[in-house]
Design a protein around this ligand. Structure first.
Ligand SMILES: NC(=O)c1ccc[n+]([C@@H]2O[C@H](COP(=O)([O-])OP(=O)(O)OC[C@H]3O[C@@H](n4cnc5c(N)ncnc54)[C@H](OP(=O)(O)O)[C@@H]3O)[C@@H](O)[C@H]2O)c1
Length: 357
């Protein structure tokens, strides 16, 4: 069926979650080496709430237009190919989701990609460069698949990107997942499927129980046990955890340094001139890294080859992303408000259209 001439999309003026608005616009047409994708499901990320509230401003190279289509993670179906596209696959039969970068994440991807001024994905149809469309494993629903390009790939890169090609996390390693949001639950699922041990921290005992069902071996409520770094050391016979999904930032990073294994990895996901930072009178972060020979690595999502590597692993292990709640397209505002409330476990999804074609 031909795409409609007019489509609906959720827009934000970056002036508050309550000001998100659903508007009509013309359906875009694909140009050279582009495809038109009918959006089926959009999963929500914390960043989407930051953008809608005008708080996503730490990338200085990024200039947001005054109004922008909301949300950045989706899957759908290719329904039209640009007139000069060199796409050699059969796009009409390829359920697809978007990729945020090419072979490697570059500064230009930050400035021009989904974190930047590009229109995002909470819309019924969207044009993508052909290269940025990847086939979805067929065991997944649309809602599940929409959780993979950002949240799961960020978890995959946090766990595996510092290893030699072809090596992934495995038994004998312990992963520390902070909280039970989308990135952390994906890391828990990958670690469990790979035979690694997982420690999960959360503000909620009931969410910790859900994490246990997904294979978490050590559960820590960081509200009732604010000195959770001591529990991590106890659970690992004082060795510390091998890999950290550091999403907490200001209140967690120093604790992570206190319970990371010698030679371990803190994947900094969330946020030289002397040994003490003058503004805080605290030991400089670089020195903290040296004390335990730790690599501090920023993780900015990931490239196509690592997404495809991750998808092969997901397919082999049949990992299904955990979807906490599915909202209708018309409930876009309520969905983002629900995510911002922090009540969710893993992912929140907006169903834009029925699956499959
Ligand atoms: N670098 C990248 O490429 C990339 C990609 C995706 C996300 N991110 C960043 O990663 C972070 C998580 O994103 P997300 O989409 O997974 O968020 P999310 O789904 O909204 O998850 C938020 C969860 O984080 C947990 N949390 C909050 N404060 C915490 C603390 N002090 N200690 C431990 N856990 C805490 C809470 O879990 P409980 O409710 O269980 O306490 C909360 O539910 C955000 O800062 C986001 O911007 C970065």
């Amino acid at each position: 069926m031909a795409p409609p001439q007019r489509i609906r999309q959720w827009l934000t003026g970056q002036d508050g979650l309550d000001k998100l608005r659903l508007e009509e616009t013309d359906c875009p047409a694909p140009g050279q080496d582009e495809v038109l994708v009918e959006v089926h499901a959009v999963s929500l990320n914390y960043r989407d709430t930051e953008v809608a509230m005008g708080l996503y401003n730490h990338h200085k190279s990024v200039e947001h237009p005054p109004t922008i289509v909301s949300c950045s993670d989706m899957c759908g179906v290719v329904v039209a190919v640009g007139p000069y596209s060199n796409n050699t696959t059969d796009p009409y039969k390829n359920p697809a989701f978007q990729l945020n970068a090419g072979d490697r994440v570059q500064a230009s991807d930050v400035a021009n990609g989904f974190g930047g001024p590009a229109p995002r994905v909470l819309t019924q149809y969207r044009v993508f460069p052909t290269y940025n469309v990847v086939k979805i494993p067929d065991y997944l629903t649309a809602e599940e698949a929409s959780c993979l390009p950002i949240a799961a790939l960020t978890a995959w890169m946090s766990l595996n990107s510092m290893r030699p090609a072809g090596e992934i996390i495995g038994p004998k390693e312990t992963v520390l997942c902070q909280g039970t949001g989308g990135v952390s639950v994906a890391a828990l699922q990958i670690a469990s499927a790979a035979g690694a041990s997982a420690i999960v921290t959360s503000s909620s005992d009931s969410k910790l129980q859900r994490a246990e069902k997904l294979g978490a071996q050590t559960l820590i409520n960081y509200n009732s046990a604010p000195d959770w770094e001591a529990t991590v050391l106890k659970a690992t016979a004082d060795a510390g955890a091998d890999v950290f999904l550091e999403v907490g930032g200001a209140k967690t990073l120093r604790k992570s340094f206190d319970c990371v294994k010698f030679g371990g990895l803190i994947a900094c996901i969330g946020y030289l001139s002397g040994k003490i930072d003058e503004d805080t009178d605290r030991t400089n972060t670089n020195l903290l890294c040296l004390k335990r020979n730790v690599t501090l690595k920023g993780i900015l999502n990931g490239p196509r080859n690592r997404l495809e590597e991750m998808l092969r692993f997901y397919q082999e292990k049949e990992i299904r992303p955990v979807v906490d709640r599915v909202f209708k397209f018309e409930e876009g505002r309520a969905a983002l408000q629900y995510l911002y409330s922090g009540g969710h476990f893993s992912k929140v999804v907006i169903k834009v259209k029925g699956w499959m074609p």
